[in-house]
Design a binder for this molecule. Sequence first.
Ligand code: HEC
Ligand code: HEC
Length: 254
Amino acid sequence: MFTAAILAFGGAGVVASAQEATSKQSPGEKLVRTNDCTSCHAVARKVVGPAYRDVAKKYRGQPNAVQKLSQKIKQGGSGVWGPIPMTPHPALTTAQLKQMVEWVLSLGAQPAKQPAASAATPSEPEAAAKQYSYTLADGTTVKLDFPLFVEGMEKDQKVTKDIFHGYEIYNSYCYRCHGQDATGSEIAPDLRHSLTAGMTGQRFLSTAMAGRQEKGMPSWAGFLSEDEVKNIYGYVKGRSLDLVPVGRPPSEMD
Ligand code: HEC
Ligand code: HEC
């Protein structure tokens, strides 16, 4: 019930933004962009699931690929690309699945810098990962590949827009089970501890998007975007290092 409601809500939001996008999209591409696929996939890079282009490459020339992939999207599952499961999509019709898969498979034929690719991945991380160093209370230094604080404002502990956004989304959707301000609760793991125990940002993203329905952890694909979950991760990371305080952190918007 819960997930169905979230997916429906998320879907509506995506539809609105997709309508503003180019009308040159094929029906299959449109369907992919207006469903939850975008939370977990991009054309040219792995997100939670494989890059569409890698899927196209893998299944090139296979006569039963459309049928096989349609069924996989409908039922969900893992094991072909790794241990992370794709969530099932029982509401999609055979005709819709066929159009979507045909669009995905068509990407294999395109050379690297086609317009379809750049339109699909507006936030491709191109620059070499910059490092940000922070000193913890015990005097040790940690290096992160994203900033917690606005540069030059580390002393005032003014968090970046992204971290502040993470704080807001966390305390809108995750706090109910994981505890206010990532302080832990009885219902679900303390996510600060998950990170100190070694959970990577990639694993955090995958777990949040795919969920663990049987254990009471909802799937957030279609409701939260990749960037939003990354913002939550950044906030929880800052909390796990005790660099970001409990409560509303001061931010560059203050
Ligand atoms: C919760 C994240 C998530 C969502 C949402 C999602 N996928 Fe996936 N997808 C994955 C993962 C993870 C895999 C790899 C599964 C595996 O290893 O077997 C995958 C695999 C695939 C594959 C390749 C399947 C195979 O067996 O090789 C296709 C095609 C695909 N997804 C298309 C879609 C489409 C289209 C949608 C939207 C209707 C979608 N996905 C939504 C995570 C997701
Ligand atoms: C309805 C309750 C509920 C909500 C809301 C919820 N979670 Fe969870 N979450 C859980 C439960 C329960 C688990 C433990 C699942 C298990 O036992 O494997 C979990 C596990 C996780 C894990 C894996 C932790 C680990 O150490 O393995 C991550 C990451 C996570 N949740 C992220 C989030 C994020 C991000 C949000 C908000 C967008 C969120 N959760 C919202 C219930 C929830």
